[in-house]
Design a protein around this ligand. Structure first.
Ligand code: RIB
Length: 313
């Protein structure tokens, strides 16, 4: 590993309640699921965990509730060596939770109840200013209030810190604010929701990426699942292919991609190399059940990368 960059995440913390099921109940119906998994999640927390497991110093700026899940989530950060000084407890609200349903193809459906995540304010970003300023990159998602996201984007820009916005879950955005980020990384459905354009093929992803560029975004990466990811900028567009794996559960794969990409880039890799590696890191996470617990440690990842000789197949 070249160096140990600091990656800061201003984002969400949830507990994931994952049910594995082939069927879904109709209104008024009760059915049996196949199995259940309880684990730590939240797009922000997942990305911080991925960054940490990839070898970064990681800092989390977040809010949890004063319930059973809040202290457990903070303990989880501590046990992984993630700086949780700026993970504060909000009284009178629940922690964020995510009931998740995973079908037999490993595809997930997620309902997020934001709870305390909705209480993360620009003032919390200011309180964390000194550690944020020491970071190589600030990573954000959309499970916290949008004004906090926009404030953090401006903070990063004003302090010359690289910023990554993963606009998940997809929702309408002020593209003038978003245009200030260094990397804008939606998946297909998020890109569709934000741009109001279909993304059912690589060609459609290119046209959607062109739309984001026209809105002032400098670098756009649209993740395309088994098709890899599309990198787009003023210098052109390139499809970075995915790696073939046996998928069990796709939950958190996007977060594995973002957290690992932030680290690889901060270590000084080219965008192309960082994206190819992030494609493999994300793919490996789908071979295991659960969210954070499906993420590989750096040494395991490097072993797999070597085995595949860095070549998608
Ligand atoms: O991206 C996966 C995550 O989305 C889950 O961990 C869940 O908590 C939701 O935030």
């Amino acid at each position: 590993m070249a160096n140990r960059p600091r990656i800061a995440v201003v984002g969400s913390v949830n507990v994931d309640l994952t049910t594995f099921t082939d069927d879904f109940p109709r209104p008024g119906e009760t059915i049996f699921g196949k199995s259940f998994d309880l684990g730590f999640g939240g797009k922000g927390a997942n990305q911080a965990v991925a960054a940490r497991l990839c070898g970064a110093e990681a800092t989390m700026v977040a809010k949890v509730g004063n319930d059973l899940f809040g202290p457990a989530s903070i303990k989880n950060f501590e046990s992984l060596g993630i700086d949780s000084t700026h993970v504060r407890t909000e009284t009178g609200v629940s922690s964020g939770v995510a009931p998740i349903f995973v079908d037999s193809a490993g595809q997930n459906r997620i309902i997020v109840v934001k709870g305390a995540n909705d209480a993360l304010r620009p003032a919390d970003v200011d309180q964390a200013a000194s550690v944020l300023k020491q970071s190589a990159c600030i990573v954000m998602q959309l499970e916290i209030p949008l004004d906090t996201v926009y404030y953090t984007i401006r903070f990063a820009k004003a302090n010359g810190i690289r910023s990554i916005l993963n606009p998940a879950p997809g929702q309408p955005l002020d593209m003038k604010q978003v245009g200030q980020v260094d990397y804008f990384i939606p998946n297909e459905s998020e890109a569709e929701t934000i741009a109001g354009k279909p993304v059912g093929s690589v060609e459609e992803a290119k046209s959607c990426a062109a739309f984001f560029l026209s809105q002032g975004v400098r670098r756009v990466i649209i993740t395309l699942g088994a098709s890899g990811c599309l990198l787009a900028g003023a210098d052109g567009m390139e499809l970075i292919p995915a790696f073939k794996v046996k998928t069990k559960d796709t939950t958190g794969a996007g977060d594995a991609f973002i957290g690992s990409f932030a680290v690889f880039l901060a270590e000084g890799m080219t965008e192309r190399d960082a994206l190819s590696r992030a494609n493999l890191y994300a793919a490996l996470s789908t071979t295991k059940v659960g969210t954070q617990k499906s993420f590989s440690k750096r040494a395991e990842f490097e072993q797999e990368w070597k085995t595949r000789a860095g070549a998608p197949a």
